[in-house]
Design a protein around this ligand. Structure first.
Ligand code: TTP
Ligand code: MG
Length: 352
């Protein structure tokens, strides 16, 4: 069975949302993030990227690279609402749409009869018309190929990888650019003489599993263009957490809240993908002087929604006055997990 998978990724998302509300901000070097010495850029317009500005860069460095850079504060609630509206509209056109982050979604389009290019045109047209936002679309036989295809013609582009060309397409990327291969995996693979996607692909599934465990099997399938439907997993350790390390220390509460919001979304998605609800919220911090702190609180009800996780994490943050020192890392987690079924989510989401 061969699949057609589409990846849709909004261009410079936070900035694009701001520009759609304030069109006079278009075509300018623009950044969303903190405009203080210690601030960090969440994202920036393509005009700013020409100067070498990028997500995660310190605001002071960005300003020195691009003196006319305009900074806007982070308004995560606004981006989240626009994101939900975009993807709920797209899910009418793409029944098998799965949202993977605030600005990205995948869809299995195998059963859609429309020509792939026409479908891409229609999706781009709809997002532009109703939200005044551009996106980039990649298509291939699995998620990895579709995701990598979005990087070819960004912004406002598309790229279609034919199924029989997927493997050579993936081989053309440096290993470090492959989705899911971070510094530690790269290091580990280099110990085994794996330095290219070709070497990774031909190393063998079992051998990769021996090196990287379950991640090795997934990586093997991904770089071989094989589609795997996400399966629910039994969460053996009974906790889920997601963390972000900043390139610079962050002291702005609004920026820290915005990272907590993104992390809460990921935690909620993982909980719901695997049919769990949680009773305990946790917040992990690493301060600028490398001190680790973890705060936990048991709630009086089971929770799973993005908003609940964010609000509980924010409460913990505020109760412990966690933003009083600059932070290097922030993590949001849940524990006290309970397996639930779909109806649990429906019932509690409807009531809230
Ligand atoms: P991305 O899709 O990685 O970036 P982008 O949409 O801004 O730009 P493009 O896709 O055109 O390359 O991330 C989506 C949003 O997530 C981004 O608009 C802001 C937020 N984000 C951060 O807050 N911090 C980060 O370090 C990154 C990478 C993204
Ligand atoms: Mg994007």
């Amino acid at each position: 069975m061969s699949y057609r998978i589409m990846c849709i990724d909004m261009d410079a998302f936070y900035v694009s949302v701001e520009q759609s509300f304030k069109p006079y901000l278009k075509h300018r070097p623009l950044a969303v993030g903190g405009n203080m010495d210690r601030g960090v850029i969440c994202t920036c317009s393509y005009e700013a990227r020409k100067y070498g500005v990028y997500s995660g860069m310190g605001s002071a460095v960005a300003k020195s690279l691009c003196p006319e850079l305009v900074f806007l504060p982070v308004d995560i609630q606004k981006y989240s609402i626009v994101s939900k509206n975009i993807f709920s509209l797209l899910s009418k056109m793409l029944p098998k749409l799965v949202v993977s982050s605030i600005d990205e979604a995948y869809a299995d389009i195998t059963d859609i009869k429309m020509d792939t290019f026409q479908l891409i045109k229609k999706i781009k047209y709809v997002i532009k018309k109703y939200f005044d936002i551009s996106c980039t679309i990649g298509v291939g036989p699995n998620k990895m190929t579709a995701k990598m295809a979005t990087t070819v013609n960004k912004p406002d582009g598309y790229y279609i990888v034919d199924n029989d060309l997927a493997v050579s397409f993936l081989d053309s990327f440096p290993l470090s650019k492959i989705w899911g291969i971070g510094a530690s995996t790269l290091n580990r693979l280099s110990e085994y003489g794996i330095f290219s996607v070709y070497e990774l692909r031909t190393y063998g599934k079992e051998n990769l599993e021996n090196i990287l465990g379950i991640h090795g099997k997934k990586l093997y399938n991904a770089v071989n263009g094989i589609y795997e439907e996400d399966e629910a997993v039994k969460l053996s350790n009974k906790s889920i957490s997601k963390a972000t390390t900043f390139e610079y220390d962050i002291s702005s509460k609004q920026e820290l809240y915005s990272y907590m919001y993104l992390l809460s979304e990921k935690v909620s998605r993982k909980l719901m993908d695997n049919l769990y609800a949680a009773k305990v919220i946790s917040l992990t911090l690493k301060t600028y002087d490398f001190e680790y702190k973890t705060y936990r609180k048991t709630q009086n009800k089971y929770f799973f929604t993005h908003d609940d996780i964010y609000n509980y994490a924010k409460q913990l943050f505020d109760e412990h006055n966690a933003g009083k020192v600059p932070l290097r890392l922030i993590g949001v987690g849940v524990a006290g997990l309970q397996q639930v079924d779909d109806s649990f989510y429906l019932y509690f989401t409807d009531k809230s």
